[in-house]
Design a protein around this ligand. Structure first.
Ligand SMILES: [Zn+2]
Length: 588
């Protein structure tokens, strides 16, 4: 680095960079990134532009220093030195959703989330649920849950999932104001089908599917289309009375046969499903004629008073289809927002794959940690608020968004870090014997580094025998570090040096007590558990493998659903506390 920058002082400049780096780290809840810090620095101090190289060098240094601090240490420094900057960050953080189109035109905003109860909910539904719910709240409107369960054949609803979906919504903090179930509303759909048939806006098509397809692709009407409404009403009665078998008759809504998208042309509205072969779990064999998605959904959105449909852009064609029906019935189509796809890399978001995996026994249950179901996320200690914030920050934009698990974890970490108590978990334990311990040590390990008032976990290390030794559990994963370092700091205890180490055990000697000495020697910090003050512990990881180890005995006081941080390991949710502690891993 040039002497100029160094000489100038640049304690002041250094401090300024430190602030930028800390804020950068806090904003992303992760390590500070050199690039953006340099960018910001040059933006605020343009005079440095002629000396970019030197500035970058200094930034690099400071960023490294900042990144060696813990998350809470970084926050603490900013809180002490630049509280106003933190406030500014907070304001930026509280991102709001953009206003709804024509949001003020309606007396009451009504949104709906309409799942098919053929599976539990997963992260793929989060966007629809949270946007609909949040918009309803934002406008003091209503959020409706509508079960779309009108396909007992191919998307067969399952009773269990009605309740599981209700539970998932409650957990997410998105409780609906009202609930509808489509299988309760079949007579309503019949009524509107009949009206469309009577007015000549729909017809009962009895063509074979292939024949119909050929005609419609050529923009030609099938033979049924031109018959008078009376004929279609007769056919309709026959449908209801069981006079047709599956596939023999379909109610179609008339559209423009020249519509550029063939999928829009004369779309099917109701069809026959053999109720004996495919009984519905709620209404059994009561109905043979079932509405298809666009018809049932279209009728309901109007009758229920939905003002804003918020859904994925894959539904755009459905809107085009439904608009024909709305015109025939003299209804006004709700405002529609079609957001882009939200992909989470590495998450299996396909419902059919989840269901298949469960059926084949690949996954143990709906909350298997490999799944992105809400049940699985809940079990792992992912907080609903983290999902909510992530979705609100992404907003309803139409472009596709690709996120990673890391993005979600960053939101979750921000929530857990100030809350979670700290404990030690020794993964792959190996025994360390420390000799020459001069006296009895009482280690007071804070439950939370920032909150002494929360108390501590207390352990006494009492040297035994002629050599004044004590036995501790440490992780075999730390072995490499141990062998390389001259001095090692046992967190919250004292400094040691390793005399001998192999895979199964290690021997060390006591050096000194003060933390300062360890810091000067740049000693690695490792965690430990006294032999005898331990309990067996299993951590179920996101790939469903198990990390075996030992937890400190203070963990005996934990309860299921507690979320804690195993220091130097990660955040976990306590699943079971017995003789053994079983925890589910959330993230680092
Ligand atoms: Zn036909």
């Amino acid at each position: 680095m040039s002497n100029r920058l160094k000489r100038k002082g640049n304690t002041e400049l250094r401090e300024f960079i430190r602030k930028l780096a800390l804020l950068n780290a806090i904003r992303h809840d992760d390590k500070a990134q050199t690039g953006p810090v340099i960018g910001k620095l040059l933006g605020e101090k343009p005079e440095l532009r002629t000396r970019v190289k030197e500035a970058a060098c200094l930034v690099n240094e400071v960023v490294q220093e900042v990144n060696s601090l813990s998350l809470s240490e970084r926050k603490r420094i900013v809180e002490e030195k630049w509280p106003e900057a933190l406030e500014k960050e907070k304001v930026k953080e509280e991102k709001r959703l953009p206003p709804l189109p024509n949001g003020d035109k309606y007396a009451q905003i009504v949104t709906r989330f309409s799942p098919n109860p053929d599976c539990v909910l997963h992260l793929g539904s989060a966007r629809a649920i949270i946007l609909c719910y949040e918009y309803a709240r934002m406008y003091k409107g209503k959020f409706i849950l509508r079960f779309e369960d009108t396909d007992p054949k191919l998307k067969k609803p399952v009773l269990e999932f009605y309740d599981r979906i209700r539970e998932d919504l409650a957990w997410l903090g998105c409780k609906p104001d009202k609930e509808y179930i489509q299988s309760d509303r079949i007579p309503i759909y019949y009524e509107y089908a009949e009206k469309l048939l009577k007015d000549g806006n729909a017809y009962v098509c009895t063509c074979q599917q292939e024949q119909f397809r050929e005609k419609v692709l050529a923009s030609k009407p099938c033979e049924c289309r031109g018959s008078p409404p009376q004929e279609h009403l007769t056919r309709w009665q026959r449908m209801l009375e069981g006079g047709y078998k599956e596939g023999e008759a379909v109610v179609r809504v008339k559209t423009d046969l020249n519509h550029p998208n063939p999928a829009v042309r004369d779309w099917p509205a109701l069809r026959i499903i053999d109720s004996e072969k495919y009984p519905h779990p709620r209404v059994a064999g009561k109905y043979n004629v079932w509405p298809l998605y666009n018809f049932a959904c279209g009728v309901d959105d109007h009758l229920i008073g939905v003002t804003h449909i918020i859904r994925g852009k894959e539904h755009l064609t459905n809107m085009v289809r439904q608009e024909y029906m709305y015109r025939y019935l003299g209804w006004q189509y709700p405002e529609a927002i079609h957001y882009g796809r939200l992909k989470i890399t590495g998450a299996a978001l396909s419902k059919s794959k989840i269901v298949q995996g469960i059926r084949e026994g690949l996954y143990e249950d709906w909350d298997d940690p490999r799944l992105a179901t809400f049940a699985a996320l809940r079990r792992r200690g992912i907080m609903p608020e983290a999902i909510k914030k992530l979705i609100i920050d992404v907003g309803p934009k139409t472009s596709d968004v690709v996120l990673s698990w890391e993005n979600l974890y960053a939101y979750n970490r921000k929530i857990l870090d100030p809350e979670a108590d700290r404990y030690f978990f020794v993964h792959n334990p190996t025994q360390l014997t420390v000799e020459n311990i001069p006296k009895t040590f009482a280690a007071k390990l804070r439950l939370h580094p920032d909150c002494p008032e929360r108390g501590s976990r207390d352990y006494t290390i009492e040297p035994k025998g002629d050599d004044g030794s004590a036995a501790l559990w440490i992780s075999r994963n730390d072995m490499k570090t141990l062998k390389a370092a001259k001095v090692i700091r046992l967190m919250g205890l004292f400094n040691i040096k390793i005399d001998k180490a192999n895979v199964y055990s290690a021997e060390a000697s006591f050096i000194s007590e003060p933390y300062e000495e360890a810091r000067k020697a740049d000693a690695p910090l490792i965690h430990w558990i006294p032999v005898g003050a331990d309990m067996p512990c299993q951590v179920v990881t996101p790939d469903a493998t198990i990390a075996e180890g030992i937890a400190e005995s203070a963990c005996k006081g934990l309860k299921p659903n507690d979320i804690i941080q195993f220091e130097r390991f990660g955040f976990v949710r306590v699943d079971e506390v017995n003789v053994k502690l079983i925890a589910y891993y959330a993230h680092r």
